[in-house]
Ligand binder design. Structure first.
Ligand code: AMP
Ligand code: GLY
Length: 415
């Protein structure tokens, strides 16, 4: 088979590592890929948003299956377009991906199908939004409706902060169209976790839970980021809670989307808060999470390509997981998530005993590997328990002798 992976992050490197283990793959391609992916797949210089060229490439190279990492092409309709051309793709249509693309849509679906989430209201008018904030009172959460690269959420400790967030989004148009509607919701208290599932219409195959670390600095200080590290599974979330999450959240969402005429095929990701009253949805993504994928897939013992094929062909795969823990620490360019340098040389980063190195924002040049983004690497390890995995991840990191142009958190998985 010929396989195409769309995307260029650590998540896609992790997917490519797993796919590359399958002996039935003739050609494995990534568009555009990165420095790490280039070791295992042929990288083709097509942007993830250039759907026309991706279709031409898939036809010309007889691609049998396309896997999509990031959300932007999903909302731009990559799955719709591939399907129109009779090209096989494991990804939701733009109608189904609206679950990630519009928080207002996601919230109204959850309300309609009684899926546990924070109480909320949606607004396009700043005056009404502020009145709602005054009625409910802080702490309260203000969210831009559309995609905002993780920056569209303000967890406001005071009414004033919440009102400023409304002004930023609705009056100053800080997120343009993505912030033309705001969702204001109850602030949930508890521990966060993420649960992803492979989904084909009403068939839901859950993965193991993971926990991201979103803040830039140790002890959950500093600005929100795309994620600075993760581990899986999550010991403080019980099997009973996971079963409840699969039944009452993932399954109901898949069924709800079917019922709305938006059948979902792809990866459904629930970001959850374990509250006093059980798990509640913080957000949905319609793709593999990053960095969760990099710590979940290493524990999957099934052949990943076979899982995709079985699910699409209506065969029920039985997912098997290693009884181990896996952690990953993100290495970022100094300054991330603010401004940072690119083209920082990366020398001697491969491989390390007892651990693994996933590449994210990297690029191969004639003079060697260089950084090409904010999040550059994820250094991880598996262990018989969480603390062993954490210890080996940091040992591996130390052995890389990275320059001080890079930063990482020292407390991933340690809380
Ligand atoms: P998101 O960009 O939607 O993943 O949200 C970023 C972070 O904001 C989440 O990981 C949570 O820590 C926090 N957050 C979002 N919604 C809520 C909520 N309703 N209550 C408490 N925290 C929230
Ligand atoms: N780790 C959160 C995300 O992928 O959006």
């Amino acid at each position: 088979m010929n396989i195409l992976v769309v995307g260029q992050g650590g998540r896609e490197h992790s997917i490519v590592i797993d796919l590359a283990k399958n002996n039935n793959i003739n050609q494995l391609y990534a568009a555009p890929g990165n420095g790490g992916i280039a070791e295992l797949a042929t990288c083709v210089n097509i942007s993830e948003m250039d759907i026309d060229r991706l279709i031409n490439f898939a036809k010309k190279n007889t691609i049998d299956l396309t896997i999509v990492g990031p959300e932007n092409p999903l909302l731009a309709g990559i799955a719709n377009r591939f399907q129109e051309e009779n090209l096989s793709i494991f990804a939701p249509t733009k109608e189904a991906a609206l679950l990630e693309g519009s928080k207002r849509f996601a919230k109204s679906l959850m309300r309609k199908y009684d899926i546990p989430t924070a109480e909320h209201a949606s607004f396009t008018d700043a005056y009404d939004a502020k009145k709602y904030i005054e009625t409910k009172g802080a702490p309260i959460v203000v969210k831009a409706d559309g995609l905002a690269a993780g920056k569209g959420v303000v967890v406001a400790e005071t009414d004033k902060e919440a009102i400023e967030a409304v002004d930023e989004m609705l009056v100053n148009k800080a997120f343009a169209e993505a912030g033309a509607t705001v969702v204001i919701e109850e602030c949930l208290i508890g521990k966060e976790f993420s649960l992803m599932a492979f989904v084909h219409e009403s068939n839901v195959y859950p993965m193991i839970p993971a926990r991201d670390h979103k803040r830039a600095h140790d002890n959950d200080q500093g600005p929100n980021t795309g994620g600075m590290g993760a581990y899986a599974p999550v010991q403080d979330i019980s099997q009973e809670t996971l079963d409840y999450t699969v039944d009452k959240i993932l399954q109901k969402t898949a069924d709800g989307l079917m019922n709305e005429g938006r059948p979902f095929t792809g990866i459904l990701y629930a970001g959850l808060m374990m509250t006093e009253n059980g798990p509640k949805v913080i957000e949905f993504n319609t793709r593999f999470g990053d960095p969760e994928t990099q710590v979940v897939l290493p524990l999957l013992t099934n052949d990943l390509l076979q899982v995709f094929l079985d699910i699409m062909n209506g065969k029920d795969p039985v997912l098997q997981w290693e009884e181990k823990s896996c952690t990953g620490v993100v290495v970022a360019a100094k300054g991330y998530p603010g401004s940072y340098k690119k083209e920082i040389p990366l020398t001697g980063i491969q491989p390390c005993a007892g651990g693994f190195v996933i590449q994210a924002g990297t690029r191969k040049t004639d003079s060697g590997l260089v950084s090409d983004g904010g999040r550059v690497l994820l250094v991880g390890a598996k262990g018989s328990n969480l603390s062993n995995a954490v210890e080996d991840s940091y040992k591996c990191l130390d052995s890389l002798a990275l320059s001080n142009e890079f930063i990482y958190r020292r407390d991933i998985g340690k809380k």
